[in-house]
Design a protein around this ligand. Structure first.
Ligand SMILES: N[C@@H](CCC(=O)N[C@@H](CS)C(=O)NCC(=O)O)C(=O)O
Length: 223
């Protein structure tokens, strides 16, 4: 079994799958495939039949896409490790993950993930402003509703926090400040051991990528 990931410094979908996999109690070997190099797409196509990551290979399956990988991990791990055990919470957690998976294009294109960088805050207008307002609204609603159960969106850590962890890192990269319950939530994610480990890996990765709105433009090895 192997989980193929892109650079953890840049690849938000890889970060999500890695956090879910690392948090679910299964021991899944990982391989990082550096994105943006001439040979990257060809390598991924040959290995997985698809040119994107993450991909999970088992002894007899190739599971593509972060959400499908999340569901497979949920089926294989103990209850409550990926999705909340409560069925209402679980439905809401799936809903916010699906929302991230199919939306937030403003956030994704105008605040690309770059964990180790510090960048100016982009103009908060148009799609980006709508996306940020939406995230803040439901983070706030969920924190209000489930505050008593723990410090994450549904109380205990779940796939929903893994899916929004790249938003937490984006807000830090682009200097977008949060206050009150939202700052507390963001700090809890940032300081979680799973995130600390991933952040250290992102710092140490030897590759740089110049990102365009549609993904990597070019990549090189750091000096
Ligand atoms: N819907 C997919 C999106 C995967 C995706 O777009 N991955 C990007 C990295 S974040 C990728 O592999 N890009 C390939 C490339 O840029 O060469 C998922 O959720 O896994």
């Amino acid at each position: 079994m192997e989980l193929l990931l892109g650079n953890l410094n840049y690849s938000s979908w890889s970060i999500r799958a890695a956090l879910v996999a690392r948090g679910c109690g299964l021991d899944i070997p990982e391989r990082v495939v550096p994105l943006g190099f001439d040979e990257t797409k060809q390598f991924l196509l040959k290995e997985t039949g698809l040119h994107t990551v993450p991909v999970l290979r088992t002894d007899h399956l190739i599971i593509r896409d972060s959400l499908a990988i999340t569901e497979w991990l949920a089926e294989k791990s103990a209850p409550g490790k990926v999705w909340p055990e409560d069925s209402d919470k679980r439905a809401l957690a799936r809903s916010v993950c699906a929302e991230m998976h199919s939306g937030f294009l403003g956030l994704r294109s105008q605040m690309p993930v770059n964990i180790r960088a510090t960048s100016p805050t982009p103009a908060l207008e148009g799609d980006l402003a709508v996306d940020i307002d939406r995230v803040k609204k439901f983070w706030n609603d969920l924190r209000t509703q489930f505050q008593r159960d723990g410090e994450f969106l549904f109380g205990a850590w779940s796939a929903a926090d893994a899916f929004y962890a790249p938003v937490v890192t984006r807000f830090r990269t682009y200097g977008y400040g949060l206050t009150g319950a939202l700052a507390d939530y963001s700090d809890a994610v940032w300081e979680r051991d799973l995130l600390k480990t991933l952040r250290a890996q992102a710092e140490d990765e030897p590759w740089e990528i110049e990102m365009g709105h549609l993904g990597p433009l070019r990549a090189w090895v750091r000096e």
